[in-house]
Design a protein around this ligand. Sequence first.
Ligand code: ADP
Ligand code: MG
Length: 503
Amino acid sequence: MLDLTYETPKPKVIAGATGDWELVIGLEVHAQVASNAKLFSGASTAFGAEPNSNVAFVDAAMPGMLPVINEGCVALAVKTGLGLKAQINLKSAFDRKNYFYPDLPQGYQISQLYHPIVGEGEVLVDMAPGIARRVRIERIHLEQDAGKSIHDMDPNLSFVDLNRTGVALMEIVSRPDIRGPEEAAAYVGKLRQIMRYLGTCNGDMQNGNLRADVNVSVCRPGDYEKYEASQDFSHLGTRCEIKNMNSMRFIQAAIEYEARRQIAILEDGGSVTQETRLYDPDKGETRSMRSKEEAHDYRYFPCPDLLPLEIEQGWVDDIAASLPELPDAKKARFVSEYGMTEYDAGVLTADVANAAYFEEVASGRDGKLAANWVINELFGRLKKEDHDITESPVSAAQLGQIIELIGSDTISGKIAKDVFEIAYTTGRDPAEIVETEGMKQVTDTGAIEAAVDQVIADNPAQVEKAKANPKLAGWFVGQVMKATGGKANPKAVNELVGKKLGL
Ligand code: ADP
Ligand code: MG
């Protein structure tokens, strides 16, 4: 497979009163599996349904109900693991994590503590062209989501909506390999990108489809390298966990705040208490939620309602064979196949739909020109109206026509922008627009020559100046373009102007 070479970015350093500090971050990302039914019931996972309308008896924990595993969810977790180059465990098992919460009718969450379905993997987190960090994945396990308590609808009553109860989540646990707030956000972004390519999680953070628990600690320069060499966590600082973050911006702000809070404590001679904290976006600070709970606090035990999960290598192989081309490979291919920069390839492959659109435009045409038009003209125009590629009024085939019209010198790049604007606002075909509106470039040298002669005859003073200073020839080119309504072939005009002025 194609691969791009890259350098590892430097960790973020915060200067304290007693010297420098470095950040160490590990993320637990909860990604909702893109399945239509829940992990252990046939109830729908549709977002925004009437409260408590998507609840099977087993989701509501009715006595005697038994969970039945959704094979589709298992397949999507395996697919995610394969996309993260991870070990797939043919044997895994479900455990009960016991705790009480009004939105958890069972009184426990079915999760995978001891034997997760996916083991070690990795993600390449791009920071800038040629700069990326390899973040190791520790594990991915399948678990149930909880419901939602609603406390702000009535002054005296609380409500509960169990629609989300039992929806399948993948918890993706990273090693503490992330070294700064921007990297943490980029890591979540890369996971989301990969899962969207795979179709295993739609990654909509606003709807809670992707949430992250962010673990943060600080250490002195050199300590992390000792940890890396020994994998001994005692070289690292005590971490705090910031729960349930669902915005890239807040993830960064929370890490920044939390690191500075810990540094202030340490520089004051105190020690950081391991705990779970919540980020308050209004105040821009984290505050303690509860002291850190340990696995034994949850009385984990193997779920007696479910057999251990055994899958076959052949089934995993079939899923592996169905994997689409993933972002890193696509980016590398765009660079080598179309000769574009890594930056442009990154922009075009950010979303799988963008990449597909681009490839349709570029197919059989000038790839570099196509990349330019998709990124600068189309994306720029779509962004103005807050639209994404699926809402583009100009189809890939239509934009392809524009690339061809430029390539064949039928229209100039400048006229092409006008054609694009008309196509964008009317949905008309560019080829038809050029024909009907008479926008074809004038390549007939006779006609251009006449226009050049006219401009020269009309401006004797300018002619004298241009002869003394050839840079002023550009003025004549501009006048000729104006006289021909922008339709003269600029190359031909340039040549003729030079010739006629004797430059
Ligand atoms: P728990 O499930 O109790 O939260 P885990 O061992 O699963 O504990 O680790 C949770 C996350 O914390 C992982 O992503 C891990 O990389 C991260 N982590 C562990 N130690 C540190 C540390 N010293 N600083 C930052 N993150 C850490
Ligand atoms: Mg945790």
